[in-house]
Write a new protein. Structure first.
Length: 225
C-alpha cells in the first residue's frame, strides 16, 4: 500500500463522507442516529490509522469487527418498534439517490486493483457488477418519482436486484481477505480493507447501503409507500 497515490485515498474518503452525509439527510439528521454513525466512523478511522486490522493472525480474528456490529445494529433496528418507526420516517427519495456513491467506489476498487491492493475479482472486470447500481441510481430516481406518483414496482425490483449485487460482492470480498475465511484470490488477496480509509468501506458504507435497501423495501412492501 506504500506505493498507492494519495488521490486514491482522498477520492475514497470523500466518497465515504458524501455517502454518510446523504444517508444522514435521508434520516433528517436525526440526532441519535447522527451521533451513532459519526461515532462509528471516527472509531473505525482510528482503528484503521493505528493498524488494528493489519494483524491477520490475531485470535479472535479482527476483520469481523468491521462488519458484525453494524449488521447486528441493523437487526436490532428492524426488530424494535422504535427502530421500525425510524425506518418508516426515512426519505425514500434520498435513500434511492444515495446509491450513486457506489459508482466512485467501483472506480476506487479498480484503482486499488491497479496498485495490487485488491484482486481483479473485486472489480467490474472481475465478478463485481455493483457499478450498475451506481449508474442506474439517478436514472431510477428520475423515473420512479416523476409525475408525483411513486413507481412502487420499479423501486421494489431495482432494490432487490441491487441488494443481490451487493451481497455478491460482499461474498467475494470477505472470501478474498487473508485469514481463515479466505477462499479466493490467494495470489492477490484483498488487503486494502485493512488500511484507512478503505476500512470504512466494509464498516460504514456497505452497512449503510445494505440498510438503505432494506429500509426502502420495508417502506415499499410493508407500508405500501
Amino acid at each position: 500500500m506504500g506505493n498507492l497515490p494519495i488521490y486514491v485515498s482522498l477520492l475514497f474518503f470523500c466518497t465515504a463522507i458524501v455517502g454518510v452525509l446523504m444517508f444522514l439527510r435521508a434520516a433528517y439528521f436525526s440526532r441519535r442516529f447522527t451521533w451513532v454513525v459519526l461515532g462509528w466512523l471516527i472509531l473505525q478511522s482510528a482503528l484503521g490509522l493505528c493498524g488494528f486490522y493489519k494483524v491477520v493472525d490475531a485470535f479472535p480474528p479482527r476483520f469481523p469487527f468491521l462488519l458484525l456490529p453494524p449488521v447486528l445494529s441493523i437487526i436490532v433496528v428492524f426488530g424494535t418498534k422504535k427502530g421500525r418507526a425510524f425506518i418508516d420516517r426515512l426519505d425514500l427519495k434520498v435513500l434511492t439517490l444515495f446509491h450513486i456513491v457506489r459508482l466512485p467506489v467501483e472506480v476506487v476498487l479498480m484503482l486499488l486493483c491497479t496498485y495490487k491492493a485488491v484482486p481483479q475479482l473485486l472489480t467490474f472486470e472481475g465478478r463485481n457488477f455493483d457499478i450498475l447500481s451506481g449508474i442506474t441510481a439517478p436514472i431510477i430516481f428520475i423515473i420512479a418519482f416523476a409525475g408525483g406518483r411513486v413507481k412502487r414496482n420499479l423501486l421494489v425490483v431495482w432494490n432487490i436486484a441491487c441488494l443481490l449485487l451487493l451481497l455478491n460482492i460482499v461474498f467475494y470480498a470477505v472470501g478474498s481477505v487473508p485469514g481463515p475465511l479466505q477462499h479466493f484470490a490467494f495470489s492477490q488477496p484483498n488487503i486494502a480493507l485493512f488500511y484507512f480509509p478503505f476500512n470504512l468501506l466494509p464498516s460504514v458504507l456497505v452497512p449503510l447501503v445494505f440498510f438503505a435497501h432494506l429500509a426502502a423495501l420495508r417502506q415499499l412492501l410493508v407500508r405500501g409507500h
